[in-house]
Design a protein around this ligand. Sequence first.
Ligand code: WTA
Length: 652
Amino acid sequence: MNSIDSLLHEDRRFPPTPEFAASAVAGPELAEAAAADRLQFWADQSRELLHWHRPFTQTLDWTQAPFAKWFADGQLNVAYNCLDRHVLAGNGDRVAIHWEGEPGDTRTITYAELTAEVKKAANLLASLGIRRGDRVAIYLPMIPEAVISMLAIARIGAVHSVVFGGFSADSLRSRIDDAEAKLVITADGGWRKGKVFPLKKTVDQAVTETSVEHVLVVRRGENEVDWTEGRDLWWHEEIATMDAEHEAEAFDAENPLFILYTSGTTGKPKGILHTSGGYLTQTAYTHKNVFDLHPETDVYWCTADIGWVTGHSYVVYGPLANGATQVLYEGTPEFPEPGRWWQLVEKYKVSIFYTAPTAIRSFMKQGRQIPQASDLSSIRVLGSVGEPINPEAWIWYRDIIGGGTAPIVDTWWQTETGAIMISPLPGLTATKPGSAQVALPGISIDVLDDDGAAVEKGQGGLLVVTEPWPSMLRGIWGDPERFIETYWEKFDKPGARRRMYFAGDGARKDEDGDIWLLGRVDDVMNVSGHRLSTAEIESALVSHPFVAEAAVVGAADETTGQAVVAFVIVKASQADVATADEASSILRAHVAEQIGAIARPRQVYVVNELPKTRSGKIMRRLLRDVAEGREIGDTTTLADTTVMQIITDKLK
Ligand code: WTA
């Protein structure tokens, strides 16, 4: 048994409207060019999308595989590409950022203003002794200074390590230590759910006895802070004295741009390393083509925090390289009212909206009347990222947020891939609810069985990237061995012709060759010798009108090896329709009917919350502990550490 069984059927198709297709950015010529000569295709894209201070002559050097070099003899400045060149092209007055603070304060920042701010910040960093290659940690809320800091660091050839503002002092410290950061940029505090949460205090705890020389503090929360003279500096005081001129120096294409830590399933966080030219090429390319960006007219909004890779690639680098106008919002979706996001869509006339399935499902849970209270008619493209989106949520997203017409791009990628890899193209692909569908032109994807053979159409297996791509990770910071072991050894058997990147995800190829993501391979269940995916059973559960969210795990079972155990959240509107016991038996029968008796859950538990990481991914490992009656494992990366206690109490 070496492939993953796939049992779910979904036949709905949504081709683009003729009007959408007629003005679409990406047409069939992209795939044709990529198929004709893949490396030439990427070289052309890079030259077209970016400004190279020194043009490259070599596209890819793969001789040291899996350590790739893209455009290696070229030189560019990432920040210049995101800023100065738009001003020089006459677009300085275009709004780069419509920023909205949680309390309702706003800032409108044009490309000319953003460029000036970044130049001052670059001068400030230089005055603090930050040089090319130095690491700077960023621990900020979603305020414009977060974007300004990232670009200023990039502008001087230094390396940023953004740490999500919700992480603890210990997490921050371990990331500072691993990267040996010289400077931390933080704020006194940020706004969240109507309150100021302190950031500087956490930094104070994290930086003692580390490599950090200075802490630069943006004033935002206006909360009290302790101050270490000589080490701590106020951003606004320092910036005020800086020159607004700064010439962008060109750096090698492979100059490191950032490190971003990702937890992985076990062990210490991995510092994923990205570099400049290839990363910026693919983020700009995907942002333009996948979201059908018309920079003169579109207003784009990606709801991700800059602490995640989505915030790096699709809040900062992709959109700004393309000269887009975007919304940046500080707070949570439901504050001060559950409809806050939709009010922002109406206010700024957002036309391209990119978010995560976990957010979509939480809106489904609240009910459609909340988004329907705002005018969402400006929306014309919707994106999804971070998890498989189940067909039910997909249809709801299209109907309720997209007015029944907006194409959905379900984008598969990872911190490691740097940019989108698999996605429909909205003017070209007839979309299928729940499927990320096709490798983008220039990207080579396959689904393999454990022996490294491609699975037949209709079969499931392991997702791999079979050729290097421009925005690929260049390594794990300080740990080349772990880089090779984690991603490149799985199919590196004697006789294998190529180095293949193993993504850690299960996937299925359907009869058309389209890709359906099945969840992390570590979460796959083995029931009576059938390997079943979490994503499909969760989809079947969510397709029942009772269910808002579901998580499924495999628990040890005497007869079947593993048994399916499900945890579901019932929709607010359905809470009184059935008791938990009734709901549970109805849902077990529903899964059996939708997928087959093999997938019928042994138990369905109705719970109020599911354990999620701060980026919204369900931590199935913890639910497995519950299902198998074990002590709950490490919960420190949970968004809400009390959730597991509530779940275990409820099931007693
Ligand atoms: C999952 C987020 C299904 C997948 C950009 C991947 C998805 C992991 C999708 C990376 C999608 C991301 N459909 N699954 N459209 N997008 N994933 O590093 O398991 O936070 O390996 O990057 O999220 O998560 P990361």
